[in-house]
Design a protein around this ligand. Structure first.
Ligand code: AMP
Length: 612
């Protein structure tokens, strides 16, 4: 995720070297004094919120020390604060969770009851997010010199927003950030010279936004020194877009005019400031794009690119081979770790291998605690974290500077905007330390079995969706004997695949349309983030059901046991990732069916539909 680009007016007194030095020193100071900083952060949060309803209810009584805080306040999940959140969403402006006015809701890609979680936020948090962004390029400049001499081609997008019944805006954190003055009216910074004009990023129509950003990126191809998007999936989607639309784009470059499908006047105007008729460039792009192989297309079209800036940690690691292919193995750089709840940390060694990426949590962002995690050993390698914590477990949380090398923890945050001891749901492993501050590998998001883009589907949601779908089989006297799933990212966009083994008792043949209905029912039953990805962003392809031969799941069990699984404890995995298992399943497929259309999706929560 790049930091906020800045305006183009270059002040005469701008001293890049000095600015970088100051920021690197700031990181040294923060990490050397991590515990003191954390103490101050907690004190500040608790004293400014001493009178909020939530803290009063739990009896904190204005105390601001760590011990009282830890002894008094429970460790919670979203469901614990949902009633408070709903009151705020419905227009209650009293100091419920935070003493400062709630400026908007950030809609997380984590869901509850099928809808995006709503994170209340306050105006000043934008400053904290900007601060984290401002650390990224000074860190990067230590490893790649000269990045101030050219541009970054980043594909950045806004998503749709809704209003809560009480009138607060609800939108994803990046939409909020890109629309803020922190992004739009940023001061000059040579590192944030981007190929995409603001207007192209802020265009709500995703086709026009992508088209115009790609066109501007191509026009300025020689100046581009780094390319990226927030997540790997988004960047790959941009390449795929180019694959589909390069002829139109070349035509625009040749003639110096913009395709008529780009109708947004502000986008057209912004692009026209960059686009000049350039038949030579059009020939060059055309020659590269019409070659059979797209291997290395990034380095071919943008020859001065030094790295690809995208998150490839967590579930995004599934895209590394595709990115390597398109970029001819350019470094893949993960710069930061953030969420709607809070921005967390930065990667201080950005040129390391994706498998070694670790994030240093920035101690000023929030007060961080860590819940130790025990692995259930065995084949499942599953992670066991209780949903609600008893008193003893609550006591086990440790502070930022007390985590142990190699140990895994669930991240718990106390933020300036009203989350107190809130379990984010991410599992992190301590990889090392920068001074006193720990550096964490991102291990996984708890319980998530399937993810293609920012969607996160857990086993319970999948089970519920499958249960709804199998109702279509009832008239045929067919039942689902076993199933599993796979996030297939060999297609662009990726899609969910379900492997179904059926028990057929009746003789009536099952028409393909019945299975297609099953696909659609599953999609309709999945959460709002999944459906938005299908409908709006087109970042997820149609769901596929693959019917496998009878006995396939027995074979799967045999295979797992041959790898060391215990016969007594064996359970069918509800999601598979291991390539030989996917191959085994694919080798026994009888027929495949795809969802025939997109599921329904509306902005905002379903219960707000009559207020928007
Ligand atoms: P959201 O609240 O929708 O912004 O999603 C935030 C979540 O995205 C985090 O809690 C993580 O699970 C995931 N995430 C964010 N940054 C990274 C990263 N650098 N690596 C892996 N996962 C990430």
């Amino acid at each position: 995720m790049p930091e906020a680009p800045k305006t183009t007016q270059k002040p005469t007194d701008y001293n890049l070297e000095l600015k970088n030095k100051k920021i690197l020193q700031f990181i040294e100071d923060l990490t050397s004094n991590a515990d003191e900083v954390q103490n101050n952060v907690l004190e500040e949060i608790l004293s400014s919120n001493a009178h909020v309803e939530y803290l009063k209810k739990h009896g904190l009584d204005g105390r601001t020390d760590r011990e009282s805080f830890k002894n008094t306040m429970p460790v919670i999940t979203y469901e614990d604060i949902q009633p408070y959140v709903e009151r705020i969403a419905n227009g209650d402006t009293s100091a419920i969770l935070c003493s400062k006015p709630i400026s908007e809701f950030l809609t997380s890609s984590g869901t509850s009851g099928g809808e995006r979680k709503l994170m209340p936020t306050i105006e000043e948090e934008l400053g904290r997010r900007s601060l984290l962004y401002s650390l990224l390029m000074p860190v990067m400049s230590q490893f790649v010199p000269g990045l101030d001499k050219g541009k970054g081609m980043y594909f950045l997008f806004i998503k749709s927003e809704a209003k809560t019944p009480g009138g607060l805006v609800a939108r994803p954190v990046l939409t909020s950030y890109y629309k803020s003055n922190h992004f739009k009216d940023r001061p000059y910074d040579p590192y944030t010279n981007y190929t995409s004009p603001n207007e192209t990023i802020l265009c709500p129509d995703s086709y026009q936004s992508m088209y115009s950003q790609m066109l501007c990126g191509l026009c300025q191809h020689k100046e581009v020194l780094r390319v990226g998007a927030v997540f790997a999936s988004g960047f790959i989607r941009a390449i795929k877009f180019l694959e589909k639309h390069w002829r139109l784009l070349c035509n625009d470059i040749r003639t110096g005019t913009i395709d008529s499908k780009i109708t947004d006047p502000s986008v057209r105007e912004a692009v026209m400031n960059i686009l000049k008729a350039d038949p030579k460039l059009a020939d060059f792009v055309e020659a590269e794009c019409s070659k059979d192989s797209w291997q290395g297309i990034i380095t071919r079209l943008w020859p001065n690119t030094k790295y690809v800036d995208v998150i490839v940690t967590g579930t995004m690691s599934q895209y590394i081979p595709t990115l390597d292919y398109y970029s001819n193995g350019l470094p893949l750089v993960c710069t930061m770790y953030a969420s709607s709840e809070c921005y967390f940390g930065v990667n201080l060694n950005p040129l390391c291998k994706p498998s070694e990426v670790s994030y240093t949590l920035v101690p000023t962002m929030a007060y961080f605690e860590f819940l130790p995690i025990q692995r259930n050993n065995g084949v499942s390698n599953s992670i066991s974290v209780p949903k609600t914590l008893n008193e003893k477990e609550q006591q086990e949380l440790v502070d930022l500077v007390d985590v142990k090398l190699g140990q895994e923890y669930e991240l718990v945050v106390t933020t300036y905007s009203g989350l107190f001891r809130y379990r984010v749901g991410d599992v992190l492993r301590v990889a090392g330390f920068k001074n006193k501050a720990p550096q964490f590998n991102f291990i996984c998001r708890k319980n998530v079995v399937l993810s293609i883009d920012s969607d996160k589907t857990d086993e319970v949601e999948l089970q519920h969706a499958v249960k709804n779908a199998v109702n279509h089989l009832l008239p045929f006297d067919a039942t689902l004997a076993e199933y599993t799933s796979f996030a297939d990212t060999t297609t662009i966009p990726g899609h969910y695949v379900l492997y179904w083994e059926l028990s057929l008792n009746g003789n009536t043949p099952i028409h393909p349309s019945v299975f297609e209905d099953c696909c659609l029912t599953i999609e309709e039953s999945l959460n709002s983030v999944y459906r938005q990805g299908r409908v709006c962003d087109k970042s997820i392809g149609p769901l596929e059901i693959k019917i496998v031969e009878p006995g396939t799941f027995d074979k799967l069990m045999d295979y797992a046991i041959s790898l060391g699984a215990s016969i007594n404890q064996y359970k069918t995995p509800r999601c598979v990732k291991f390539a030989p298992i996917v191959e085994l399943l694919n080798s026994r497929v009888i027929s495949c069916y795809f969802s025939p259309k997109c599921p329904k999706w509306f902005p905002g929560h379903k219960q707000w539909s009559n207020t928007n």
